[in-house]
Design a binder for this molecule. Structure first.
Ligand SMILES: NC(=O)c1ccc[n+]([C@@H]2O[C@H](COP(=O)([O-])OP(=O)(O)OC[C@H]3O[C@@H](n4cnc5c(N)ncnc54)[C@H](OP(=O)(O)O)[C@@H]3O)[C@@H](O)[C@H]2O)c1
Length: 295
């Protein structure tokens, strides 16, 4: 084990979660090492203020060991719908142990216990590995990001349609990714969070019709939620080149949402932030005022 650098390693750093976590850490004056997947992600990550960038594959133990060497802490984000999430979790845990990091924070998901959603179930298996690791860990379990709506922003703004691949009555509890990133920076830099598992849910669950009504109010134009049949969604996903695993997993997630909804409780997030979490209405208002940082 070498000398400890005052650096926090963020994995999966090129995605929307990684970018938000890096911004929050830099705002706190921390030094960040970002592990990105591709060299074309380096420039943008430097632009966020990350002082060190490593390009590598999270499945590669040697690359992960090198990135983690001497780091003070690790914030681990696996990419979305990654069939290797458990293997990657094990690689990160081994690297964290070899580097002797003070803490490892894992970006999990709300209700990883749901076996019907394979990407949740994989995260639960990683959480189990953390319990067994002997490391000082913290687990964050965010709800569905409000930012996911931005994938349909043009359609919402231009056509007044908010398309969802489940019934419009489906109730989802969402969270602002900026609130999640604030908590990530907090648990990485303040004491008292070792061994904790925190569910991060922003506000009261909303039906998709209610989501559309809020969009409509903030955009000052009619917006309606429209259910997209799953076979139509699947056709579009296959045409876009999405992987078979991601399509199958997302279909399972949509069916689960449709049947049960997906929501939790905002008390833990309120306590961690020391304020009320961002409401969906406030999120949309902020996005309308200043769309660039969220996109
Ligand atoms: N979206 C939500 O509502 C939500 C809610 C709760 C939790 N989460 C969880 O948040 C996590 C992050 O989601 P995200 O959308 O921010 O991530 P993402 O964009 O899917 O992935 C993050 C980064 O990881 C990179 N990556 C992929 N495979 C890699 C590999 N083998 N080695 C190294 N890097 C690799 C990706 O690069 P490429 O671009 O090259 O693939 C991407 O830049 C996911 O685990 C998701 O389940 C999401």
């Amino acid at each position: 084990m070498g000398e400890t650098r005052p650096v926090i390693l963020v994995t999966g750093a090129g995605g929307k979660t990684g970018r938000a976590v890096i911004r929050a850490l830099i705002a706190r004056g921390e030094t960040v090492c970002a592990l990105v997947h591709r060299s074309d992600q380096v420039c943008a990550t430097q632009g966020l203020g990350a002082q060190e960038i490593v390009v590598g594959d999270m499945r590669d133990q040697a690359a992960m060991d090198q990135a983690a060497r001497g780091a003070r802490a690790i914030y681990h984000i696996c990419s979305n719908m990654n069939p290797d999430e458990v293997t990657i979790g094990q690689v990160v845990i081994a690297a964290a142990r070899a580097a002797g990091v003070e803490r490892l924070v894992y970006h999990s998901v709300l209700h990883p216990q749901v076996e019907a959603m394979p990407h949740h179930w994989q995260k639960l298996r990683v959480e189990e590995r953390l319990f067994e690791s002997g490391l000082s860990y913290t687990i964050l379990q965010p709800a569905v990001y409000m930012q996911n709506v931005l994938a349909y922003w043009n359609q919402i703004v231009e056509q007044g349609i908010y398309p969802v691949p489940y019934a419009v009555e489906t109730r989802l509890g969402m969270v602002d990714l900026e609130d999640v990133a604030e908590v990530a920076a907090l648990v990485l830099t303040e004491s008292g969070h070792v061994g904790a598992t925190y569910e991060l849910v922003g506000a009261e669950p909303l039906t998709q019709t209610e989501v559309a009504a809020i969009l409509s109010r903030q955009l000052r134009r009619p917006v309606r939620a429209q259910a997209v049949p799953l076979d139509e969604w699947e056709r579009m996903a296959r045409a876009s080149g999405m992987s078979h695993y991601a399509i199958e997993t997302l279909l399972k997630m949509f069916r689960y949402y449709d049947r049960y909804g997906f929501w939790g409780n905002s008390c833990v997030l309120t306590w961690l932030l020391g304020r009320s979490p961002t409401t969906f209405s406030a999120f949309v208002e902020r996005t309308v005022r200043n769309p660039i940082p969220n996109l």
